[in-house]
Design a protein around this ligand. Structure first.
Ligand SMILES: O=C(O)CCC(=O)C(=O)O
Ligand SMILES: [Fe+2]
Length: 371
């Protein structure tokens, strides 16, 4: 598909006003440190019930399980299957005026997902996870990022924190040999993220949380086959400011087009819209192919430049929805999106990105693991 879209200037102006509306000492400090890449300023205490639950886990057992999940996919070849998007989806009516279709978790049925993915390429499920659990999870992301960035905690809990928040499976190093793994780690460190599998305990904790929220069934029903996950695209995120303007991308550009995919992006704090913390910019459209880089110089060979997005022609505007902790955004490898761009963010944003693939039709290059 050629670039045939325009942006709505009004939406653009609304989403990215020049003036800063938020200011308080803590958030300004945060912006300063995140912009300069220095130590993040955190809330005084990192301890809460989710952190405590993680510290009580059996780290060695978690490590064995994650190693096993990775070895389950060693030497396994993907099989092309009929994908979720190849099957005719039911058409459900979402309320008028919803630019990104959304539904409350309580009223969710699988046809909401099928229908929204077919019409808009994405769906927001509000309140899919407990807001208190996700709020606590922000501290987990802080601890994981400090650990992967080489800033171990000091003090009496130091050893158990280190063991829990940085215990990568040995399989990872053999599946992503050097310099690939170093490159991936440096990429995450710079962008403000960490691979979830760097901590086997966080990974196993999240799989249990997902299962208890019914995610395994939702994903399997949608994909039409049991799901697997990806070590490379299961990511804890607290993006570094300033946000890159040219971050537009479709994940299929590096995963491949033919895969059966579903990403679940969970907001762990209030973000997006005009909240002062970057959410996600979306072009809520069903695309079925991967776009070129476009004119104007994309940042990566898999990204689309902001210039190309602005000069393209479409009736669909770019939307930056507001999210609360526990809301989840679902989309697949064709959705065009980026970290919400703006120059007046004043608060950190925390999120968990989890890409699921069909257990048969998966991208080998994303290092699959069994669920
Ligand atoms: O969290 C973000 O800002 C980016 C996430 C993303 O690109 C994805 O989930 O595919
Ligand atoms: Fe993405």
């Amino acid at each position: 598909m050629k670039t045939e879209r325009t942006l709505s200037a009004d939406h653009f102006a609304l989403a990215y006003p020049e003036t800063s509306r938020y200011s308080n000492v803590w958030s300004q400090l945060w912006v300063t440190v995140m912009s300069t890449g220095e130590r993040p300023v955190k809330a005084p205490s990192y301890q809460n019930s989710v952190v405590d639950e993680l510290l009580q886990r059996d780290a060695a057992k978690d490590l064995n399980r994650i190693n096993q999940r990775l070895s389950d996919y060693v030497n396994r070849e993907p099989v092309p299957t009929l994908r979720a998007i190849d099957i005719k989806a039911p058409k459900l009516n979402f309320p008028e005026g919803q630019e990104v279709p959304e539904i409350k978790a309580k009223g969710f049925e699988i046809d909401h997902l099928r229908s929204a993915m077919a019409s808009h390429g994405c769906l927001i499920i509000r309140g899919l996870f407990s807001s208190t659990t996700m709020a606590d999870f922000c501290r987990v992301i802080d601890l994981a990022m400090e650990a992967t960035e080489g800033q171990p905690k000091q003090g009496e809990d130091a050893a158990s924190i280190a063991e829990t928040f940085l215990n990568p499976p040995s399989e990872l190093a053999s599946l992503v040999p050097k310099p690939g793994l170093d490159f991936a780690r440096a990429f995450h460190k710079e962008g403000g993220s960490a691979m979830c599998v760097e901590s086997a305990s966080i990974s196993e904790y999240l799989l249990e949380l997902y299962e208890s929220a019914g995610i395994k069934k939702i994903v399997a029903d949608y994909l039409g086959e049991a799901p697997c996950l990806s070590a490379l695209k299961w990511v804890l995120r607290r993006p570094t400011l300033p946000i890159n303007r040219d971050g537009w991308h479709q994940d299929g550009a590096f995963m491949g087009e033919g895969i059966n995919s579903l990403n679940m992006w969970i907001a762990a704090n209030h973000c997006g819209g005009e909240s002062g913390a970057p959410g996600m910019d979306l072009l809520p459209q069903r695309l079925t192919e991967i776009l070129g880089e476009g004119e104007g110089g994309a940042v990566f060979d898999w990204s689309v430049s902001d210039h190309a997005m602005k000069t393209s022609q479409s009736n669909n505007a770019i939307i930056a929805p507001a999210f609360e902790a526990g809301d989840a955004l679902f989309f697949d490898h064709f959705l065009l999106h980026r970290t919400q761009y703006g120059n007046d963010f004043t608060r950190p944003r925390y999120a968990v990105e989890t890409w699921f693939f069909g257990e048969r039709n998966f991208p080998s290059n994303q290092v699959p693991l069994s669920w």
